[in-house]
Write a protein that binds this ligand. Structure first.
Ligand code: DC
Length: 216
């Protein structure tokens, strides 16, 4: 049976950084489910879909993933869309389209299929609660919103992108609210998930804590 590690939590808590480290250490595949929701959002943006049209239009998106040179590559109808899915516009659309039941069903099935046959570290919002309820290790990784905004601010500033800390923090709080209050698969800690608050922890400390859970 494949070994599955589920890492959920709000945006900016450090899920992908940690998940990638654990995957490299254990020799598992890292599955970034947010990237799949972003690829779907990109498709809907390109189609000019309104909120009402998401249901119908999402069926036209065929999303698959592959791992090339240790990186997850997301394909949208055969096109590598990795270069286009990390924009703020796609992120905003993803938080509008990800509550849609058809979108969730489609992507959840793909995620479950991947994890059934492969040892994975999968991160997202509903992995421990809905996608992989039987995962051997479940972590709910969080950090306070100001700390998460600071991390994002530093990341953007390092890339030379102009930004405002207060605007980033407001967006993070709003995105948390949308992810936590949606009807289907809201972001919440699974009952059997271990809570890790990374606000005052280094990446190494968090990674060590998760590895320790795998070795129990
Ligand atoms: O983690 P991220 O910012 O790349 O996620 C993009 C969007 O997709 C975000 O609005 C949350 C949503 N998402 C989700 O609903 N379920 C998941 N398993 C992963 C992401």
């Amino acid at each position: 049976m494949a070994f599955n590690i589920a890492i959920d939590g709000p945006a900016g808590a450090g899920k992908s950084t940690i998940a990638k480290r654990i995957a490299a250490k254990k020799g598992y595949i890292y599955v970034d489910t947010g990237a799949m929701y972003r690829a779907m959002a990109l498709y809907l943006l390109r189609e000019g879909a309104t909120t009402e049209e998401i249901d119908e239009k999402c069926e036209g998106a065929d999303i698959t993933i592959a791992h090339e040179n240790g990186e997850q590559v997301v394909y949208l109808n055969g096109e590598n869309v990795n270069p286009y899915i990390r924009t703020e516009e796609v992120g905003r659309m993803a938080s509008v389209s990800s509550p849609n039941p058809r979108v969730r069903k489609k992507l959840t099935q793909l995620q479950q299929k991947l994890a059934a046959s492969t040892d994975v570290v999968m991160d997202g919002r509903d992995i421990g609660t809905c996608v992989l309820p039987d995962a051997q290790v479940k972590v709910y990784l969080t950090a306070d919103s100001h700390e998460r905004a600071l991390r994002r601010y530093r990341e953007l500033t390092e890339k030379g992108e102009p930004c405002e800390l207060a605007v980033i923090e407001r967006d993070i709080v709003e995105r948390d609210r949308q992810d936590m209050t949606r009807e289907i698969s809201p972001l919440k800690q699974a009952e059997d998930a271990v809570l890790i608050d990374s606000s005052h922890m280094t990446i190494e400390e968090v990674a060590d804590a998760v590895i320790a859970l795998c070795d129990v």
